[in-house]
Write a protein that binds this ligand. Sequence first.
Ligand code: 2AM
Length: 175
Amino acid sequence: MSTRRLFFGIGLPQTIQQEIIAWRAAAFDAAAGRPLAAANLHLTLAFLGEVSDEKTTAISRLAGRIRQPPFTLHIDDAGHWPRPGVVWLGLRQAPRGLVQLAEMLRSQAARSGCYQSPHPFHPHISLLRNATRPVAMPPRDFHWQFDVTHFSLLQSTFAQGRSSYKVIESWPLIA
Ligand code: 2AM
């Protein structure tokens, strides 16, 4: 049976992706970690793991029933998790809509048989990987902001040592 590695996530507007990678190049030492490509910058809502096509159909149907208004993301925080080796951008205050959307998708995923981590949802945008050594973190003097008007089901593929993400389906957030 064929499976795909899937997750629900929020993409970033291209202009913000470009601004973030320009900031990142100036803010971090090249040895700090491996930078993610601009197009790969995203925020994960729920990780599904390896999913069959049959299960994907069921999960997509449930996601399509979600009714939630759009919300605004303020990217104004950053941090370093040495154990997984991730430097990330995040939100000092996660909007209620974001938390509700992630919780809904996580509980739907769990009901569909996709293992969900017991760790609390910590919304973040991974910036650097393989950052397992101490990292000099830059001042948090940045602030990117955008309206989230839809969320997506994405496929993660790994080839030639790199992950890339492809949108399988998107759903609008409607007031
Ligand atoms: P990360 O950026 O913090 O590594 C695609 O791999 C997306 O799913 C990434 O955003 C990744 O988060 C997340 N992800 C990968 N494996 C995961 C897991 N086991 N549990 C939760 N999220 C995971």
